[in-house]
Design a protein around this ligand. Structure first.
Ligand code: ARG
Ligand code: ASP
Length: 713
């Protein structure tokens, strides 16, 4: 009997079930619908994506280009993560009104706070345009000319495709250039802050718990989309009104059980699941360790200052979080790739691939792929490493250098495009840097500079170092530059950039800080950049061919999904715990009890607000608790990545049950190698979100705006 059931199960379950994947919403019908239904979904593919009627996609805009969000009321109420709204919450905060520490709740529409640079973007329509984009490309032999033709085709189709005046056409490439898809989108630009819990809830556990399960973070914030009187996008205006969505998600407080179907809908940023093993080796052994070491140093410096000074803590909060985030991710990713033997698995895949190539008689097209990959990755190694050092040290972690690099680009604009362009760019640069200086502290930056410059000078291949960096006394060099350069204050920068073009150029070139960046940037632009681009173009062409081969030679049930590219995707799976190592198993849900277990009074990561402790002690959970406990987070087998933060986790019927915000430590390598046994996404339970809004913040009016389903009658 048991045996028979097993056979039936084996027959029914596709061989490749539960392997992750991020799918294109307009193509679910043929590809995934059956599998989704087998997993328990009660909706049809057209409930998720449809151009002719409202569907789930109409409730899921991209949030400011980097995160995802969802509309949860007929009045444009928008939910996303606390860490996605962090920049906005920070920008409204001062030492006196510290919304990061205390939280913020608008008790009426009038109290909602506008955010000048924030926008959310809805997808109106998705259309495959591969044939049009590749028209006339096959006949071209040079790779550079091929790419040029593709760019031209993309530009002209973007221009000529029909759309409304307030909409935009965007074409993106899929499967490494084997498919092209057009998106008609519309962006709303008046998006106001409605609510945020204190960081002791929204960022509970901070960097210690980041990328880790079990998790107890209430990582959410609320915004509202405003539109003009015709419900169309408009710049901020007092006269704008709350946006009426085509669709909004009902919120379910019914609760989740292990093995429940879940669907996560959002904008995953970038994955590289089809890299050859040599590329993964380079990441594991060279590139990740280098980037980790740089950030390690920068973070230690900032942390030292932030712990001592409240103003610096606010100034650096957002930058610190974003630098720490990928620092930690690369550590987990490197460990995970090693532990899961990803390189071995890739090598085996490559061997199997070559066998299929031989069987199909396609040696001419695909037979040399891996030797070519090896050659090119060996060649690119020193350039790739130098590029990462330059990006991390100059563009990412030392702000004086980042600012100096902006001036370097400005000088290049003068050299390439003349005085008028220079003047326009100069004004934009001055304006653009105002925000940067608001959160800049020269003492912090000076310490970072000293450490990173020394690292750069010792680790970057000698031929890519400017003379000023060879055999220096880095302490002396740093003192001199931070003492004399005008780049360390906004006032100084404005002085440098004031006056006629000639004198501006003379002034910046006499500045010690600028001279230093310029020397670094010159060597980089001459010796590293072009060669890197040249080899990388070859690698991209190989990757495109490899992808084509994988698509062509894999069995139909192999579920080959396109790498993430910041476009709208559907990923689905089940609520599920996992076993990270021998004898250890993780449950799928955490509870408020776990918050109290982690509680460290006064700690900057694990403090808990008094009000929350009080609610916990009274077990005052309203309609949101279950059996006397308050659920906080849960995990599932949905394949997500950066950009999926703020994505709705949706149940079998289309209700919102969770808010995606992270992945588990053992599974952070899922961008490169997805292992269904240990890769999990982490979501805040919507019951916790509503509990915080209702019981903790007393913002019942927001709950009343939503459509809450699944409660006890
Ligand atoms: N790791 C999550 C993601 O990649 C959350 C990051 C925000 N939290 C933090 N402590 N930095 O974005
Ligand atoms: N925390 C990520 C984000 O901000 C999500 C992830 O990488 O899993 O998009």
């Amino acid at each position: 009997m048991k045996f028979l059931r097993l056979i039936v199960l084996l027959l029914v379950l596709p061989a490749y079930s539960q392997q992750g994947g991020m799918w294109i919403p307009s193509l679910l019908k043929g590809m995934n619908e059956t599998e989704m239904k087998n997993l328990g979904m009660k909706m049809s593919a057209s409930d998720i994506y449809d151009v002719n009627k409202s569907s789930l996609k109409d409730a899921v805009p991209q949030f400011n280009g980097g995160c995802t969000s969802e509309v949860i009321s007929p009045k444009g109420l928008l939910l996303t993560n606390h860490h996605c709204g962090f920049g906005e919450i920070q920008s409204h905060s001062t030492v006196e009104h510290d919304y990061l520490t205390d939280g913020f709740w608008a008790m009426s529409l009038e109290e909602e706070l506008p955010n000048p640079d924030l926008e959310v973007t809805f997808i109106v329509k998705i259309e495959d345009v591969t044939a049009k984009i590749l028209d006339g490309v096959a006949a071209i032999s040079s790779e550079t000319d091929k790419q040029k033709k593709i760019q031209e085709n993309m530009a002209s189709l973007t221009k000529s495709s029909p759309k409304e005046a307030w909409q935009e056409n965007r074409i993106r490439t899929f499967y490494e250039g084997n498919q092209y898809i057009l998106f008609v989108v519309e962006s709303y630009k008046d998006v106001r802050l409605v609510g945020a819990p204190p960081s002791s809830i929204g960022k509970f556990g901070s960097d210690t718990d980041n990328w880790v399960w079990p998790r107890h973070t209430g990582d959410f914030s609320l915004f509202r989309i405003y539109a003009d009187k015709n419900n169309r996008p408009a710049a901020y205006s007092k006269d704008n009104v709350p946006y009426t969505p085509k669709h909004f998600l009902p919120v379910s407080i019914k609760g989740v059980e292990e093995n429940d179907f879940t669907l996560v809908f959002g904008y995953p940023g970038r994955t590289t699941e089809y890299l050859p093993s040599v590329a993964v080796e380079q990441i594991v052994n060279e590139l990740n360790p280098a980037k980790i070491e740089i950030r390690d140093k920068a973070l230690k410096v900032a942390d030292g200052f932030m712990r001592k000074d409240k103003a610096i803590k606010i100034q650096y909060a957002s930058k610190y979080a974003s630098i720490a985030n990928y620092w930690k991710k690369w550590i987990g990713e490197t460990q995970g790739l090693k532990k899961s033997n990803a390189i071995e698995a890739k090598k085996k895949f490559e061997k199997d691939f070559l066998e299929k190539v031989n069987k199909a008689g396609k040696q001419a097209e695909y037979g040399n792929l891996f030797t070519d990959f090896e050659k090119n990755y060996a060649e690119i190694a020193p350039y790739a490493l130098s590029r990462d050092y330059f990006t991390e040290v100059v563009l990412r972690n030392t702000e004086m250098l980042t600012i100096g690099y902006r001036l370097y680009q400005l000088e290049q604009v003068y050299n390439l495009r003349g005085e008028q362009s220079f003047k326009d760019r100069k004004e934009a640069t001055i304006k653009g840097l105002e925000e940067t200086y608001k959160d800049f502290n020269a003492s912090v930056d000076e310490k970072v500079f000293e450490q990173l410059i020394e690292l750069y000078a010792t680790k970057v291949p000698k031929q890519f170092l400017p003379a000023s960096m060879k055999n220096s006394d880095y302490k002396k060099l740093t003192d001199k530059i931070y003492d004399q350069s005008k780049l360390t204050t906004y006032k100084g920068l404005k002085e440098l950039l004031s006056g006629d073009t000639k004198s501006v150029l003379a002034k910046i070139n006499a500045d010690k800080g600028y001279q230093f960046v310029k020397a670094m940037a010159d060597v980089y632009q001459k010796e590293v950049g072009p060669k890197y681009e040249e080899i990388n173009l070859r690698i991209a062409a190989l990757q495109r061919t490899y992808m084509k081969g994988i698509l062509e030679l894999s069995p139909k049930e192999a579920r080959i999904f396109p790498d993430a590219n910041s476009t709208l995707r559907v990923t689905y799976g089940k609520v599920k715990g996992y076993s990270p190592s021998d004898a250890v198993t993780y449950n799928h849900t955490t509870y408020l009890d776990g918050v109290m277990e982690k509680y460290i009074p006064g700690d900057y990561e694990f403090d808990v607000p008094a009000k929350l402790i009080d609610l916990y002690n009274k077990k005052d959970y309203g309609q949101y608790g279950k059996n006397g406990k308050m659920p906080v987070c849960f995990i599932g087998t949905n394949h997500t990545t950066g950009g999926n933060s703020g994505s709705p986790a949706i149940d079998a019927k289309g209700n919102l049950i969770g808010l995606n915000f992270d992945r588990v430590w053992e599974g952070t390598m899922s961008d490169i190698y997805y292992d269904p046994a240990i890769c999990r996404n982490i979501m805040v339970d919507m019951r916790y979100v509503l509990f915080i809004i209702d019981k903790f913040a007393g913002a019942k009016h927001l709950i009343n705006e939503m459509k809450v389903v699944g409660g006890k009658k």
